[in-house]
Write a new protein. Structure first.
Length: 129
């Protein structure tokens, strides 16, 4: 596992599991716990975003330089609840110089799309330490 994820306490606390880590592509899963539900007993949107953002971060950090989000948008397609497993699949769409565009699809355990996320990355001059 890469240093970035070894030090990612937020993803660990949420129980995220890295299923695939390749340059420009990542798959991360998370089981929805009862403490991840909002007041309507559905998965909190911020946690769906966090899952997609983690897959995006893995996919866009392709070399020894730190790459961060320049922006991101999410569209929620359906709700989920406790006990379900969500999977975020991130794929690089474009990479030009220091900027990139990545699409992330979040699905439930049946493969139905839950959310679509688009992240825009910027690569810094900082080295991963």
């Amino acid at each position: 596992m890469r240093k970035m994820m070894q030090r990612d306490q937020a993803s660990a606390m949420l129980g995220m599991v890295v299923e695939l880590d390749e340059p420009g592509r990542a798959v991360v899963s998370m089981r929805v716990r009862e403490d991840m539900l909002n007041g309507f007993a559905i998965t909190h949107g911020g946690l769906v975003f966090a899952l997609a953002d983690t897959a995006f971060a893995i996919a866009c950090n392709e070399d020894e330089r730190v790459t961060v989000a320049a922006g991101a948008d999410i569209t929620f397609l359906r709700s989920t609840g406790g006990g379900q497993t969500l999977t975020a699949t991130a794929v690089r769409r474009a990479l030009n110089g220091r900027t990139g565009v990545y699409d992330v699809t979040v699905t439930d355990e049946t493969g139905d799309a839950v959310a679509e996320f688009r992240g825009r990355s910027i690569t810094t001059n900082r080295a991963v330490g």
